[in-house]
Design a binder for this molecule. Sequence first.
Ligand SMILES: [Zn+2]
Length: 419
Amino acid sequence: MFACPAVPPSPPPRIDRPRYEVNVHVDSDLKEVSGDLTVRFTPNRPTQRLVFRLWPNGPLQEREGTRLDVGDATAGGHTLHAARPDPTTLVLRVQLRAGETIAVHLPWRLRVPLDARDRVSRFAAGVRLGSFFPILAWDPRRGWVTDPPAKILGESSTTPASDFDVRVDGPSGMEALVSGTRVGTDHWHAHGVRDVAVAVGRFSVFTAIARAPRPVTVVVGVARSAQVEGPNVLRMAVRALERLSRLYGAYPWKTYTVVVPPDLRSVGIEYPTLTFIGASPILRVIVDHETAHQWFYSLVGNDQARDPWLDEALATWGQLQLGSGLPGSIATSPSSEFQHVGSPMSYWNTRQVAYFREVYGGGVVALASLGQARRVNCALHHYAARNAYGIAQPGDLLDALNRIIPGAERRLRRFGIRR
Ligand SMILES: [Zn+2]
C-alpha cells in the first residue's frame, strides 16, 4: 500500500514580485486596444536593463495582423533609452542594484485582427486578449529570459508571479471578464499571477462556488454567438477545479473564469485564473486540460520556450486523471516513438503535429512508464507545493519524482527528458 508523504505548505509569492497597474481601453469598433502600464520592479540581482516581451509581434500573430506598439518608457520623469533587438523584445537601459525598485510607465497600442487563431482576436461582438501587453521577462533564478517566439501555435513566455491592478474600459453594452477578482466597476486585482487575460464582449454569464477546497467563485462567460450551454461548462469547470485540487493541492486564488468565444473551435488557451475554451465537441477535455494548467503553468511556472513539456505534459497528465483517455494512436504507440519529449520549441518549430503528439501524448506515456498513477500524482503534488509561484526547471520535477519513485530520472532519459 502506497501512502504519499505529507506535503509541506507551499511558499507565498516572493515579496519583491513586480506590481503592475494596467489600463486597457477597447475601441468601440473592437479593432484597436490602447493602454498603458506602470510597473514597479525590484530585481534580486544587479541589472543594467529591463526586458519586456511584446508577444503579439511573434511571427504567427504578425501574419494574422496582430501588432503591439509601444511609446516612450519613462521612470521618475525621465525617458529611458529603448532598443528593439527583435519584434518581440523591448530593452530599456537602467542601472539597478539588487533590491532597488524602479517604477516604469509605458504606453502601448494593440491592433486586433478578425477571427485570428491565436491569443489576440476579434469575433462577433467581442475580443479576447491574451499575452497582449508588454510584460517583464524576469526569472529570479536566471535573470532576463530572451527566448525567441514560437513559430507554431504554442507559448514561449516566461514571467514571474506578479500583482496586477487592471482597469478595463470597453464599448457600452459590453462586459469585461478579466483574470483575478473584480473590485469595482471595470476594476480588477490579481495577486501572485504571471499574466492576466481579458475578454470584452456580449456574454451570457453563469457563476457557482467550487470547493477547491477553499471557496472559489467560478465564472463562465459564453459569447452570445457561441453554441454552447453555459451551465454545462460551469459544471465541468467546478468539477475539474475541485478534483484537481484534491490531487495537486489547494487552488490558491479566489476566482476562476472560463470564457467561451465563438471562434476557438477545438482549442483552449490557459492564463492564470482565466482560460479561453473552444466551443467544441471535446469541450470537456479542453476544460480539464486548461484547468490543470492552473497548477502547471499558472501556479508553477516554467520556461515555455525551453521546456514546453514541463507544463504541457503535466496538464495533459492532470486532464487524464479526470477521466478522459489519450487518443488511441498515442496510447497504442510503442514508447520508443517518443524520444524528444524534453525538447525546446526551437526543435518543434518545424514539427507542429509531432509537437502535440510527442510533448502532450509522449509526455504522458513517459510519466505512465514510472508505474502507479497515484505515485506520480503524489510527486506532482509535492512538486506543485515546493515550486508554487516560482519558475520551475526540469530538475525540480525530476527531484520530486526521484523522491517518490526511486530511479525515475534514469527511467525518463529514453524519452529525452533531462535536467
Ligand atoms: Zn496545454
